[in-house]
Structures are given as structure tokens and as C-alpha cells.
Unconditional design. Sequence first.
Length: 97
Amino acid sequence: MVNIGFFVRIEARAGKEDLVEKMLSDALPLAQAEEETFFWYAVKFGPTTFAIFDGFETEEGREIHLKGRIADLLLGNADELLVTPPIIDRWDLVVAK
């Protein structure tokens, strides 16, 4: 059962919104290749505000993802594309329907 994950907040620099959106789209195949990643969503809340919401069945899977290629992609482009480094929040499931 998926019961843990990450919620990653991403704020694009002015004028870099399209590049951030492309970076997230380009990350989809990386997420699809991760067996430990049960789901991975990249969402947009407004012109410059994005997030990644992903879920895992094990803590090991979550840690593997945190040290993986998507994290490298985000952190490697943070100075150029983002207002601040991504804000990574861990979530643990309380209840679900």
C-alpha cells in the first residue's frame, strides 16, 4: 500500500516558467523507470508555482527516489530556473478512502 511520499514545491523564476514546465515533462520517463515510485504527478498551481506529488510503498523506495535522477535534475537546475531550491516535504498517510 502506498502510504508515504513527497510533496515538492517549486517556484519558477520570472520568465523561466516554460523551462520549468518542460523540465517537469522531461522528468516523466525518469519517474516511469523507477520501480519504487508508485505514482508521480507534476502539477501547476499558477503561472510560476509548480509541485511534484509522489508516493511509495516503502521507506527504502522513498530514499532511492530522493537520491535519484529527478532530484539531480531539479537541484542541478535550481539556480538557473527556480526562485529558491525546491522545498521537499515528506508526507505519511493518515487515512485514505
